[in-house]
Write a protein that binds this ligand. Structure first.
Ligand SMILES: Cc1ncc(COP(=O)(O)O)c(C=O)c1O
Length: 477
């Protein structure tokens, strides 16, 4: 029998559907098989028919069908068509009907801090097509200006205004993602052998960049609200103290803290007193839970290099980052971009600029904000209160889970790994050798949808409950 033609209706609406379009197709097939709307032997529309019906590209349908085939839901025979195989391909029906903690949950990656995916693949396809159709014949083929064209930097300024930045195109450079912006900022500010101040827990990418540039790192203490001004003052007080601070004032990675306004002002005052340059990393800033206070770059524009990218808000694949700073540093930044990548990729930048110009970027940002708000709420509700968990803070795309004794970060990472959930080792975030904090970061963006994330978090919460270290069974947690 041919499948009910309305099976895929409404698949492109955001209402109740999340994840890339191809995955929605797979999901629609799985749901229809589970609910009996599709029976073994039913014939699905051809790739071309479904693509036409939904107004999407044929490869998107092919990918959706391929995933469904890999899951054993359907099978295709050349010349005959695509047919439903039955329920044997649905992991939770096949393996663990009560818990739903089947293989699909075991594949969840909570280590990589990536945004959730909605209509991104389809929108990317459209943007690439539009760029191909409208770009001047040689615009994408040659070398470009090292810091990006004036128009691109103007578009960057408009995007940065969403973060509260009021700057001119002369102050901005387009980089190859914010990791590249960070490397350029560090190389612009420091010489090999010098020391960089960072929060005691920090983004691992700053450690790799510092290593590459021959810099040492000195950790500055932080608490639930972020960097502690008194600790910064102390670090700056001695003779020969470091001259540069790297920090994440909003939606800190990994601790999800956001600096309150008084601390921001105190940090800026200290920086002015000690002639400290600040590198402010704001990659998660636009995904903060509340409107954050002014960026340090606005409180102390004369001494702050501000960096961010479209990776967390739109898509890491764009590799589009922005580095903004005092005009007197612009030449050095341009020279460093030339030395590292010559210029940002014209093709990738053109696609990013298309999204910025036609409103797609703001729509995707709004979608990501809503989606992550739902995911962060799920994380808070599922993990707190919990006997193993002292606190859960969320921001941006991640949650920071503070643990009660006797749990340690490495025990939780090992337990999670045994459940098939990968999380980063907390050691990766330690700026220097210190006691490993009792906390783990969970990345919430990779799960296909809130339902899958909920299942995964439940698996983890149950595992923590069951797997409490036995050697400490007498300790109250
Ligand atoms: C705090 C922070 N800064 C910078 C980056 C680099 O991101 P990208 O190079 O994709 O912009 C990351 C990536 O995880 C990050 O967490």
């Amino acid at each position: 029998m041919a499948a009910d033609p309305s099976l895929f209706a409404g698949l492109l609406d955001n209402d109740g559907h999340t994840g890339p379009v191809y995955r929605r197709i797979t999901q629609a097939i799985a749901t229809a098989v589970t609910t009996g709307r599709l029976a073994a032997g039913d014939r699905l529309p051809t790739h071309r028919e479904l693509a036409r019906e939904l107004g999407i590209a044929v490869p998107t349908v092919s990918r959706g069908y391929r995933e469904a085939e890999q899951q054993g839901l359907i099978s295709s025979t050349v010349g005959r068509g695509t047919f439903v195989s039955g329920v044997s391909g649905i992991p939770h029906l096949r393996d663990t009907p009560e818990t739903g903690h089947g293989p699909s949950a075991r594949q969840i990656d909570m280590a990589v801090n990536a945004p959730a995916q909605g209509m991104h693949d389809e929108l990317m396809r459209r943007a690439i097509t539009a760029v191909a159709a409208t770009a001047a014949p040689d615009a994408l083929l040659g070398y470009e200006s090292d810091i990006g064209t004036y128009e691109q930097r103007l578009a960057a300024c408009r995007w940065l205004a969403l973060s509260g930045l009021d700057i001119k195109p002369e102050q901005v450079a387009i980089c190859h993602g914010s990791q590249h912006a960070l490397l350029v900022a560090l190389a612009a500010a420091l010489r090999p052998g010098e020391t960089l101040l960072t929060e005691a827990l920090t983004y691992p990418g700053v450690k790799s960049a510092a290593r590459l540039l021959g810099l040492s790192i000195q950790a500055v203490a932080m608490d639930a609200h972020g960097l502690i001004p008194e600790a910064l003052e102390k670090a700056c007080a001695s003779a020969g103290a470091p001259r540069v601070l790297y920090c994440m004032p909003t939606a800190h990675n990994p601790t999800a803290s956001t600096l309150p306004p008084e601390r921001r002002q105190a940090i800026v005052d200290i920086a002015r007193r000690h002639n400290l340059l600040i590198i402010e990393d704001d990659v998660f800033g636009l995904l903060a839970e509340d409107t954050p206070a002014a960026p340090l770059a606005m409180l102390a524009p004369e001494r702050t290099l501000f960096l961010t990218s479209l990776s967390k808000t739109l898509s890491p694949g764009l590799r589009c980052g922005f580095l903004a700073g005092p005009p007197q540093m612009a030449d050095r930044i341009g020279a460093l971009i030339r030395a590292t990548i010559f210029n940002p990729s014209p093709l990738a930048t053109a696609v990013a600029m298309r999204w910025l110009a036609d409103g797609t970027a703001e729509r995707l940002l709004d979608w990501q904000r809503d989606e992550m708000a739902r995911r962060r709420t799920a994380a808070k509700h599922l993990l707190f209160p919990h006997p193993a968990v002292a606190d859960v803070r969320t921001a941006g795309l991640h949650a920071w889970v503070e643990l009660h004794q006797p749990w340690s970060a490495s025990e939780v990472a090992t337990l999670a790994s045994g459940l098939g959930i990968s999380i980063s080792s907390t050691r990766n975030f330690m700026a220097t050798d210190q006691a490993v904090p009792r906390g783990v970061r969970l990345c919430l963006g990779n799960a296909a949808d809130v339902g899958t994330l909920t299942t995964t978090l439940r698996t983890l919460a149950d595992g923590l409950e069951r797997g409490r270290p036995t050697w400490a069974s007498s300790t109250r947690v």
